[in-house]
Design a protein around this ligand. Structure first.
Ligand SMILES: C[S@@+](CC[C@H](N)C(=O)[O-])C[C@H]1O[C@@H](n2cnc3c(N)ncnc32)[C@H](O)[C@@H]1O
Length: 235
């Protein structure tokens, strides 16, 4: 699948590189909401021998299981918000673009353990707001684009309240170019939580209006928003 190309500088951090750094010397690690397990597979040599991953979605769980068990990574089919592990089991919790519960993370971390997470920020695809109207209760103003609130603030506060020390808390927005409207539509279809009632046929006018306004020589330019949080459990 073609990924959009950045037309502005991306985040001043490299999540994969940070995971390698945080995993050094650790006893046990876990990746929350691992999807098909591709990210853990790409970093397996840098992760501790005792590494696990969680996955909730029935489509991805078997895929992740197949991919990760071959790498001696235990795949646990569960929600990231309810971790079926003992207290103080891991030295490292990693999480890329998956929900988490700061208290659950703190509970499964050993003293001295760390959590590192990169998440999608509030301004991601902000351009959608202008084109997807028609009120749906609970969403920003009259947009149909889901509003997840201040996740970064909630997670940082939650980590602190759970006794962790937040060591990194950064957010970065930058613009990327999709090669065409088709790729953006594909992304909207595989992330059904973005516009929960999205329908290509019903929304074709909105899509064409977005294409007309956001198209440049680079392609269809949209905002990507990412944030990074890291925290440590006092030893
Ligand atoms: C956005 S994905 C991130 C996965 C992985 N951590 C990564 O960074 O590639 C977060 C979670 O959403 C799940 N997911 C992806 N597409 C989904 C869909 N269409 N319906 C339900 N869950 C989905 C994934 O399986 C994963 O558990």
């Amino acid at each position: 699948m073609n990924v959009p190309k950045a037309v502005e500088p991306g985040p001043p951090w490299d999540y994969a590189e940070l995971v390698r750094e945080y995993a050094r010397g650790g006893g046990g690690a876990i990746d929350l909401g691992t999807g098909g397990g591709e990210f853990v597979e790409s970093l397996r040599d840098h992760l501790p021998p005792r590494t696990a991953a969680t996955e909730e979605w029935h489509v991805n769980a078997p895929i992740a299981y197949g991919r990760l068990s071959a790498l001696d990574v235990d795949l646990v089919w569960c929600r990231s918000l309810h971790l079926p592990f003992q207290h103080e089991t891991f030295d490292l919790v990693i999480d890329k673009h998956e929900e988490l519960d700061p208290w659950e993370v703190a509970r499964v971390l050993r003293p001295g353990g760390k959590v590192l997470t990169q998440q999608v920020g509030p301004n991601n695809w902000v351009e959608l707001q202008r084109f997807f109207g028609a009120a749906t209760p609970g969403n920003r103003g009259d947009s149909r684009v889901a509003d997840f609130g201040d996740i970064r603030g909630d997670y940082a506060l939650g980590f602190a309240e759970a006794g962790l020390v937040v060591t990194r808390n950064e957010e970065h927005d930058y613009r990327v170019a999709y090669e065409d409207l088709g790729l953006l539509v594909f992304m909207l279809l595989i992330t059904p939580w973005t516009i929960p009632d999205f329908d290509v046929e019903r929304d074709i006018e909105a899509l064409l209006a977005l294409e007309a306004e956001c198209s440049t020589d680079d392609g269809l330019v949209m905002t990507w928003s990412r944030f990074l949080l890291a925290a440590e459990k006092p030893a």
